[in-house]
Design a protein around this ligand. Structure first.
Ligand SMILES: *[C@@H]1O[C@H](CO)[C@@H](O)[C@H](O)[C@H]1NC(C)=O
Ligand SMILES: *[C@@H]1O[C@H](CO)[C@@H](O)[C@H](O)[C@H]1NC(C)=O
Ligand SMILES: *[C@@H]1O[C@H](CO)[C@@H](O)[C@H](O)[C@H]1NC(C)=O
Length: 335
């Protein structure tokens, strides 16, 4: 063991005396400088005890990022707002802890035969995609995937880009198997909006990022759902058709620790699963394309515009990567 540690220390290039914390990794002075500047950038303050603990986690993440980026991968990793957290901490705060009945077994979407365009990007076709939002420390990704899909579907049909209230879904959509900050599904949220008779705007029902009481006012509803299209489980080609012919599509997939450090490029993973019981994060496919022979989805996330590529990521297409085709759906708006 000490031999390994010695090697690690030597590998760190002798940047100042390493400080040891029990079983933790050593942090070089260069790594400490990076941590300080990351802390400043993200306005982080810790007690001195917390500082040591966060430093260790940060250094572990940073080394993993550098090792990954030195390898031959289709995507790069980078520091972001999650860099002082372990994956266990991230999971409990930002992802679904329970399975969410993801499988849309009663798929009602009928796929044609194509062919489809080789690439589509709804962000470039007009004002059809709202700015990237930030869910904060609440497992409400499903509400952002839902509002994002409905906002785009309405904009494509009417030319009017609204911003809809995620907090209404967090507070009010429980009867449709949704659980506020503990998770939910876009397909179930579309059903809620459909039977609830509408959803309010962001301005009249602002986002709080925590569970609260339902404050829906019917007279203030501004968007409505007429029908819900559930894509048949694992029919990724149907997702392609829906995005190509109609509008962005909500989907869920399994986030593993490498995804949290995504910076740019086409995400692909061997550590995630492809089954509906493992998906833990919902997002929005706003387009697709292909680069150097690798097909990908263009996906809007809800971790703010600083994460990934201005809040977006690319993920490999055509392999049901991380179960992304397990429960895709989109709303048909009533306009
Ligand atoms: C990197 O990986 C790609 C795809 O797996 C492969 O085609 C390429 O030859 C690799 N490049 C190097 C330098 O290993
Ligand atoms: C899954 O569906 C069942 C039956 O509809 C329901 O009782 C259960 O609460 C659901 N689980 C979640 C996590 O929504
Ligand atoms: C679509 O999925 C939702 C939620 O999973 C479900 O309630 C609804 O019945 C499905 N629609 C159809 C037509 O199967």
């Amino acid at each position: 063991m000490w031999f390994l540690l010695l090697l690690l220390w030597l590998a760190e290039g002798l940047q100042g005396p390493p400080v040891s914390y029990a079983t933790d990794v050593y942090a070089s002075s260069l790594e400490k400088v990076h941590f300080k500047s990351w802390m400043a950038q993200h306005q982080k303050k810790y007690s001195s005890e917390e500082y040591q603990h966060r430093l260790q986690t940060f250094v572990g993440n940073w080394r993993r990022i550098r090792a990954h980026n030195a390898g031959n991968h289709t995507f790069k990793m980078g520091l972001n707002q999650f860099s002082d957290l372990s994956f266990a901490e991230i999971k409990s705060k930002y992802l679904w802890s329970e399975p969410q009945n993801c499988s849309a077994t009663r798929g009602n979407y009928l796929r044609g035969r194509g062919p489809y365009p080789s690439s589509v990007d709804w962000r470039k076709k007009g004002k059809f995609v709202s700015p990237v939002k930030n869910q904060g420390g609440c497992g409400s990704c499903w509400t952002f995937s839902t509002t994002g899909a409905l906002e785009s579907a309405i904009a494509i049909q009417t030319g009017k880009l609204l911003s809809l209230a995620e907090q209404q879904l967090v507070d009010c959509a429980q009867d449709f198997n949704n659980h506020g900050c503990q998770g939910g599904l876009p397909s179930q949220a579309f059903e809620y909006i459909r039977y609830n008779k509408g959803i309010m705007g962001e301005d009249s029902y602002p986002y709080e990022g925590q569970d609260g009481n339902c404050k829906f006012q019917p007279s203030k509803a501004i968007a409505f759902v007429k029908d819900v299209a559930n894509i048949t489980i694992n029919d990724e080609e149907a997702m392609v058709e829906a995005v190509a012919l109609y509008n962005p599509v909500s989907f869920a997939f399994e986030v593993t620790s490498d995804f949290m450090m995504y910076k740019k490029g086409i995400y692909s993973s061997t550590s995630c699963h492809k089954t509906p019981d493992k998906v833990n994060h919902a997002v929005l496919a706003v387009g697709y394309g292909e680069q150097n022979g690798i097909p990908y989805w263009i996906v809007k996330n809800s971790w703010g515009p600083q994460w990934g590529m201005n809040g977006y990521f690319l993920i490999e297409r055509g392999k049901n990567m991380c179960g992304l085709a397990a429960c895709a759906s989109y709303p048909v708006p009533l306009v």
